[in-house]
Design a protein around this ligand. Structure first.
Ligand code: NAD
Length: 357
């Protein structure tokens, strides 16, 4: 290859330094981080120093105008995903944007339209698809071994896990609570395994009583209960045009045992529980010759970092003219489902899900 990809970072806080920059740094022959931007100059400097990036900016527009970039990671808080993404795409720059794609489906629509117009890649940073479990299960399901998956129960539940840093409890900057923050991962994982059916309607309910209660312990850090404007628990039932249904549960705080992050798939030939982590993260339930089996696979691919692999997939797609490994349209579907669930919690009714753009 004659030229390395020139990479810029927009928002260089926790996830940028811990995952995106680590990913780019793992491919020194293919790409070079040439500029880092953060509205906080100290954060930009810390990130740049850590990865030996020469140039820092506090305004991403200046960076886009000056740095001659091929691609950027957008790793800002959710409220600041849309504009930098649209501006980068309009400047002919590929974008790897953090999850959720946007605050809501209207923003996602604009981002998908900008990608379509520019012909550049828009990838959503949903790294669960790059785990060993996802790779194993995708192959198993695509081989027809589960039959039709008609129902799934997806859970991203924390007993006491309110992120006390950043803006995770601020609805204005995040768009929502656990549903949009961690529910997004398990729902994407589940829909990815189900072949991303088209959602048609959703009904749900959210609560915020525990998150606002100052008497409850939060081992993830102290936070101002008066500033807790997101939900602490959400449940949703989502219907798809192929007749399948997903029930999604997500919490920052709930009275339960442990912090389950898993999906349970129900197919006509087999069922499965797939966990986000643990010694034996996949268990498959099936019947052969009127005998019932529980199976634990022993050759699940070992993946060192799903985050790094998602960045590698982004770079590979750019270099080899491949479609987006996690298309913006999937991010739009997730946002449209969350919009419908939040709406349903207010109206008390089942709401339609619109994924057009
Ligand atoms: N994929 C995952 O597993 C995962 C994990 C954590 C966070 N995230 C996502 O990453 C995003 C950032 O989260 P974080 O934990 O890194 O937060 P963070 O607060 O550590 O970092 C965000 C950075 O963006 C900067 N910023 C804000 N507005 C900006 C702007 N307009 N231009 C440039 N910089 C700006 C902030 O100063 C901050 O340094 C969120 O969307 C979050 O949902 C994803």
């Amino acid at each position: 290859m004659s030229k390395k990809l020139r990479i810029g970072i927009i928002g260089s806080g926790g996830i940028a330094q811990g995952c995106h920059m680590k990913g780019y740094a793992s491919m020194p022959d293919l790409c070079e981080m040439v500029a880092v931007c953060d509205v906080n100059p100290e954060t930009a400097k810390t990130a740049a120093d850590k990865y030996e990036v020469k140039k820092t900016y506090t305004d991403y527009r200046t960076m886009l105008a000056e740095a001659e970039l091929d691609a950027v990671s957008v790793a800002t808080p959710n409220a600041y995903h849309m504009q930098p993404t649209i501006d980068a795409l309009a400047a002919g720059v590929h974008v790897l944007c953090e999850k959720p794609l946007a605050m809501n489906a209207d923003e996602s629509r604009k981002m998908c339209a900008a990608a379509r117009e520019s012909g550049k890649i828009l990838q959503v940073a949903l790294q669960q698809r790059f785990t060993g479990q996802a790779r194993f299960m995708k192959q198993f399901i695509d081989g027809g071994n589960m039959g039709d998956i008609y129902y799934a129960r997806a859970q991203a539940l924390r007993r006491r896990g309110v992120p006390a840093w950043g803006v995770f409890i601020d609805k204005e900057k995040q768009g929502g609570g656990p549903l949009i923050d961690i529910g997004v991962h398990i729902l994407d994982f589940t829909l990815f395994l189900m072949g991303y059916p088209k959602p048609v309607s959703a009904s749900g309910k959210t609560w915020d009583t525990l998150g606002k209660n100052p008497d409850l312990v939060n081992p993830w850090g102290e936070y101002d209960r008066a500033k807790f404007t997101v939900e602490d628990f959400a449940v949703g039932l989502i219907k798809f045009d192929n007749g399948s249904v997903v029930v999604l549960e997500s919490s920052f705080m709930a009275n339960l045992d442990g912090d389950p992050f898993q999906t349970q798939l129900f197919g006509t030939k087999a069922g499965a529980i797939v966990k986000g982590w643990g010694e034996s993260p996949i268990e498959i339930f099936t019947e052969q010759n009127r005998q019932l089996f529980n199976m634990k696979p022993t050759n699940i691919p070992q993946v060192e970092s799903a985050h790094v692999d998602e960045v590698k997939a982004f770079v590979d797609a750019i270099l080899h003219d491949k479609p987006s490994p996690v298309p913006g349209e999937n991010g739009l579907i997730l946002n449209a489902i969350f919009d419908a669930l939040y709406r349903s919690s207010e109206t008390g009714k089942e709401e339609s899900v619109d994924i057009s753009y």
